[in-house]
Design a protein around this ligand. Sequence first.
Ligand code: HEM
Length: 434
Amino acid sequence: MVTPPGPEGSPAASYDPMRQFTELAGDVRDPYPMMAEIRAGSPVLQVGLRPRPGQYQHDEKAPRIGALFTVTSHECAQQVLTDNVRFSSAGYAMTIGQVMGRTILEMDPPEHLRHRALVAKAFRARVLDQWSDAVIGGCVSELIDAFAGDGHADLIRQLTFPFPVRVIARILGLPEADWPRFLRLSTELIAVMRNWDRAVAAGRELRGYFGEIIADRRRNTRDDLVSQLVRAEVDGHRLSDDEIYPFLLLLLPAGAETTYRSSSNLLFGLLSHPDQLDAVRADRALVPQAIEEALRWESPLLTVARVAAEDVELGGVSIPKGGFIAVSLGAANRDPGRYSDPDEFDIFRAPKPHISFGDGPHRCLGMHLARVETQVLLNAVLDRLPQLRLDPAAEDPHIHGLIFRSPPDLPVHFDPAGAEGARRAVSDRGRGLP
Ligand code: HEM
């Protein structure tokens, strides 16, 4: 059943998906002054007339796209995202839908609620807690074991990037022997904005692969997400393979790319503010607020899209039916009307929810999973890598990007002898030894 990853030297092996990500992010260091200027002028701004011809692949069922608007205030962003009647998600059919198929991301009511309800149970906080040690903790430990003895690492390539795809592979119940192939195809799929043809080909291959997994779970049901989808019913009928594929494909860009970038931003925030890193290391009760502050400060996904389903008025601006609306989560999270000193990374700021997981009916289905993953990852890094610090020789560590944001690399040093002691202590604790 399992096809191995491409042999060394094959086009698949020489292709470097990490470089694609770095290029895709673009070297835009600080888009926030530009966003602040736009927001100060108007929270909603018409930025263009129509997309350039050929900018999107057109789909007969997709709405016709009109003028382009951008939304930069927290209040207006929330108004758009919580109202899925006036602000439709159907525009995703022309972008990500071309690669994934019809996912819940592009559905409007009532179809959206029915399909989302089918999978929502698997992502509830209570269900996820059961996985945190066995599945999520296991994935982090394996990755850290591989470099803990070296005294140095690039935390992106060696930890935050491979981590969430491994978690998803386990949640889906994929055999371990398939992980290298799954990782390669997932990475190609989520680099869709950079290399469309390769992403489409990866999507096709993943469908074939998932087809075998689905057929297997139809014969032998198990305790994994694919089995749950196979058993699920909408309006009294079981989901077909064609209804299950898009959801499985969506989990990769939605679940893997965002989480890798957000945990990288958190580590970057703490490593570049060593006083706050020390505070979290000393008091782990600060971990959840550090995670939320990093999500607010550097939203991994800067923008989500909607299309006006009717003529609407938003922030004093008229948007005609069909108007394409780019909601800037990054700008909303740094709205000075809501957050004081919004550009500062400050884990001690008064808690106020951010909008990095979106809002309203499409609010991120995987946010509990993302939080648990990040919590487990940060605690493991603090437990296992003593004296962790940015590599003093690192050239210009920074976060960049205009579509997605994260650091291109995160070279660190730590004490390898201490790391070995920490490994033994953590493993003894796991076996209940004093
Ligand atoms: C820090 C990590 C994450 C961030 C910042 C994030 C962000 C978002 C945002 C902004 C949306 C809303 C999109 C919109 O309204 O157009 C969304 C939706 C979604 N996310 Fe996440 N996400 C993260 C992690 C995850 C994970 C781990 C999973 C699952 C494995 C996941 C699965 C989904 C799904 C299935 C949707 C579609 C929900 C719907 O349309 O009803 N996400 N996410």
